[in-house]
Each structure stands twice: as C-alpha cells, then as structure tokens.
Design a binder for this molecule. Structure first.
Ligand SMILES: Nc1ncnc2c1ncn2[C@@H]1O[C@H](COP(=O)(O)OP(=O)(O)O)[C@@H](O)[C@H]1O
Ligand SMILES: [Mg+2]
Length: 506
C-alpha cells in the first residue's frame, strides 16, 4: 500500500460518465489529483466542470466510472460520504443553512458534535482553527447576515473542521473582490504546502497561472488533456479551453461620438440610513462610447447603476436623458428613453428561473412584437427565440428548458439576447462577464462593442481593469461614492486608474 501510494495519485476519477436529458455532461472523464497540488479545472460554460466535481462530492451519482482515494476504490453517495473521505466542497451557490449562525454551519453534521452541542467549547475550537489557518470570521453572526466572502470562509472552515485534505472549489473568486480573492489564494497556498490538495474551477487564466500546478481541460463533456501550468501561458490555456485562438476582443476605433445620451449633475444618492452611496456625481455619457466605471468594491458602482436605470432616485442633483431634465427619474422614464440593463445579480433580477428559455427571451416583448389582439403569438416568438439561441450560441438542450437548468454563461446570454433585442440608446452593463468562461466573455464583449458601434452609449461596470481598459473609450473612477477622475482609457492609464481607485492622486 505504501509503495502504491508513492506512485498513485491521491485522488483519481476514471471514465466518469453522467448524462442529463438531452446532454452528456461528462463523457468518460478522467481526473487525477496529487497531494500538495492545486489542480485547476478549465472549460467553457457547459463543458461539464460542475457536474464532474458534483460527482466527486457525492451530489450526483455517475452513470459509469470509478473513484479512488489513495488507491482505494470508494463509493461516494453523498457529501457526507465525501467529507468522511476527506473531500470537502465549497459551492458556487452556497448550500448553507440560513437559519443557523456561522459557527453552527461549521460544526453541524460532524460525527463528534452531539445533537445539542455545547457551543462554547466548539466556538473555541473553531476560532482556534480559524486563527491557525488565517481565516477569521464572525462566528456568532447569522449566516444570512454575512457577505459572500465571509460565507465562503465559513464553507472552508467547515471542510477543515471535518479534516478535509481535498478542497473542491467551484468558481470561488467569481463572487469575491480582489482583496478577498488574495486572502483566499494565500490560504490555498498554505493548504497546499501542508500537503492538502485543491481542485479549483475558474475561468480566469491569470488565477490559473498564479496559483495552479496542473490544469485539466474539459470541452463539451470530454477531457482535452492535463497540462503542467509552468509550461503554459494564458493564450495556450485559452486555446486549449475554447479549441481555437482567442481573438482578444480588440476595441477598434469606434464610431464618431454622438450627442449626450445620459447625464448626472451633482447627483447624491442616500442609503436607508441617510448615508451617501453616491456624492455629488457629475458625469455624462455620449452615443458611440463605452464609459468604464472603475473602483474597489463598494465605491458606489451599484448606486450609479441604479441611478442610470431609474431604480434609485437621487436625493439631490439632476438627471438628464437625451439632453432633457427628467423631473422624476424612474425605471419607466429610462425604459422610455430606450435603456437596456444587464443587472449584476442575474439569477435574481435578470431572469425568471422557473420559465423557459423562450419565455425569458420574449419577456418584455410579449406586449408589442409578439402580441396580436392581446394574445401572445407563441409561434412567432418561438421562431424568433430559436434564431437568437443560434446566433448567440446559447447552449440549451431545448428552447422550452427552464432557464434555471442552464449554466451561468448561458443565462447571461439569454439576458443579453433579450436586452439587445431592440437597439438600446443606453446600455448599462454591471459585471457582464463575471463568472463567464473565455469564449462566452468574448461573445458578451463583442456584443457590447457592437451596441456601441450602432451609436448607443454604454456604461460598463466591472472589476476587471484589463477588460475595461480594452473596451472603454473613457474610464470613470469612483472612490467612496465620489467621482475622483475621468480619463481616456489607454493602457498607459492603468497606473493612474489604480491610484485613483485607492483614493490617491496619480
Ligand atoms: N441538473 C441538470 N439537469 C439537466 N442538465 C444539466 C444539469 N446540470 C448540468 N446540466 C447540463 O450539463 C452540461 C454541463 O453543465 P455543467 O457541468 O454545469 O458545466 P460547467 O460547470 O462546465 O459550466 C450543460 O449542458 C448543462 O446544461
Ligand atoms: Mg459550473
């Protein structure tokens, strides 16, 4: 056994197959993970990554295939089985018990924790664990009060409390701000040094290059290969992932600038407690330009998006649309001015998860284009939806499938297809590429550029500075709710933007 252990991987999946109605999500996939390594799992949206790790942690039963841990064949029927084998998962959508505190979420379900535990001693143990591994959280807070970064730490602490030696993370940084991601990476590095193994799904090649030892690439349910990351660059990884050369989404020159489409003058937005979310922001965006909005998380980007879609009403200041003052800004006023929005929280406000792809695509159009005498013209709607699905490459087995069953990238494409069905004058896009794979992100970016080229004004809020420098005409920087600068977006602007984001003068 001990000899065996030297050569065999710590964890092996072999020939994993898993089919869903209409799609083979995993088609004979192998994955081999060694102790002391960070192993990235790459692939476009819908490639089968989440399915594979869900099989590994017992959330899905495979149709075929084997799993071995330290060379020993195992059956993993539930996340509890997986945890018993030292495999802990940090989910993309947290599966935490909302009714419980952070501490309870960490300890509950552990074999040594009784039905009515004494939380005082457990609290000490978990706090000490948190100190040791450098993950500090407010253990007494109800879990639903914690921001996502903290909830993620709770998930990790739970795995560690259960003595996990393998950590599985499904797009862990998609929801994190850059400093939170740094904290996570520092932790994962230490976990690896101590002999732990990490399986890590991400779309960000920079993260793979910075963190991973090896990467396994999936494409349409099959394994393309496993590579040593040290011998790769971002381009190679992207090519393996999408099966062709990434085009890079160059911005080109863009059309000549048109007239002002939307403008804010001295706009202040207050939160429920009367504190400013935005302070005296004066800003305008013209047709034919992409205005990038930069800032560290929580600098007022949300409030800006809300003002520019009519969701938040300024406490002070003026809003202008097409040069005219809007006395009572509202979503209806912005819609009337042909505003489209890609919301940050797609799952909650972007789509109706219970409805079909077709229904989601025609939502909002059902009263106009696809209505006759008050009836929805379903046949015409369906034909149009089919065309959109093909054009945008939305991967869904069937247009009648519920949107809730699609992967994140495909949900985003559904929103895009709908919002861009008629040409907007103003497009407000909040983190449109967050969590998308290289291919899907590229598609979304070229849509933004196409909208700009048709003369619309685009406001792009993103945490990806490179993306914004590449796409934007100008960059606005927010710091603590104030607009601290507007600069032409050129590569040379990077440092200056970074300074402004940190509240410094460049
Ligand atoms: N529960 C499910 N029911 C039906 N189809 C599913 C389900 N989960 C995933 N799929 C489909 O399986 C394929 C792979 O999905 P997934 O593993 O989530 O991909 P990834 O994580 O790489 O984006 C996709 O086509 C997806 O629509
Ligand atoms: Mg996934």
């Amino acid at each position: 056994m001990s000899d065996n252990r030297q050569v065999s991987a710590a964890l092996e999946m072999q020939g994993i197959r898993k089919a869903f109605p209409g799609v083979v999500a995993n088609d004979g996939v192998d994955l081999e993970v060694r102790e002391g390594e960070i192993h990235a799992l790459l692939g476009e949206n819908g490639a089968g990554k989440t399915t594979l790790v869900n099989v590994l942690v017992g959330l899905l039963r495979p149709d075929a295939g084997w799993i071995r841990v330290h060379g020993r064949p195992v059956e993993i029927r539930s996340p509890r089985d997986a945890l018993g084998l030292g495999i802990g998962m940090v989910h993309q959508d947290f599966l935490q018990s909302e009714r419980h505190t952070a501490l309870q979420n960490v300890v509950l379900g552990h074999p040594s924790v009784p039905f009515r535990p004494s939380y005082r001693s457990l609290r000490e143990r978990v706090a000490a664990l948190g100190e040791r591994v450098g993950l500090r959280v407010n253990l007494d807070a109800p879990i639903h009060d914690l921001p996502v970064g903290e909830r993620q730490k709770v998930e990790i602490l739970r795995a560690l409390f259960h003595e996990a030696r393998f950590l599985v993370l499904d797009e862990p940084t998609a929801v994190l701000s850059p400093p939170e991601a740094d904290t996570l990476f520092a932790f994962l590095g230490r976990f690896r040094s101590n002999g732990g193994a990490v399986v890590f799904i991400t779309h960000k090649m920079t993260e793979v290059l910075a963190l991973a030892d090896r990467a396994t690439i999936l494409r349409r349910g099959r394994k393309v290969g496993t590579v040593d990351v040290a011998g790769c660059d971002a381009r190679t990884l992207a090519r393996l992932t999408i099966g062709r050369d990434p085009s890079g989404g160059a911005k080109g020159d863009g059309p000549p600038l048109g007239p002002e489409v939307a403008a804010l003058e001295g706009v202040t937005v207050l939160d429920a407690r009367g504190l400013p979310r935005l302070s005296e922001v004066t800003l305008s965006v013209r047709g034919g330009e992409i205005l990038g909005v930069a800032g560290v998380a929580g600098s007022g980007q949300d409030a800006l998006v809300e003002v520019l879609t009519g969701l938040a009403r300024p406490a002070r200041g003026t809003v202008r649309l097409h040069g005219r003052r809007v006395p009572r800004p509202s979503p209806a006023a912005f819609r009337a001015a042909q505003t489209a929005c890609i919301p940050e929280d797609r799952m909650r406000s972007g789509v109706a998860l219970e409805l079909s792809v077709v229904a989601n695509l025609v939502l909002g159009l059902h009263r106009t284009r696809f209505s006759r005498l008050g009836m929805i013209r379903w046949r015409a709607a369906r034909a149009w939806a089919q065309e959109r699905i093909a054009t945008l490459g939305i991967a869904c087995p069937d247009p009648e499938a519920r949107v809730g069953t699609l992967s994140g990238g495909n949900v985003q494409k559904v929103i895009l297809a709908r919002e861009l069905a008629s040409v907007p004058h103003l497009l407000v896009a909040a983190h449109p590429c967050r969590g998308l794979d290289v291919g899907a992100a590229e598609d979304v970016r070229s849509q933004l550029v196409a909208v700009r080229d048709r003369g619309a004004a685009v406001v792009l809020v993103s945490e990806d500075l490179d993306e914004m420098l590449r796409l934007s005409t100008r960059m606005a920087v927010l710091f603590r709710g104030r607009l601290v600068g507007v600069l032409p977006a050129m590569e040379s602007t990077r440092e200056a933007v970074g300074c402004l984001m940190a509240g410094l003068q460049p």
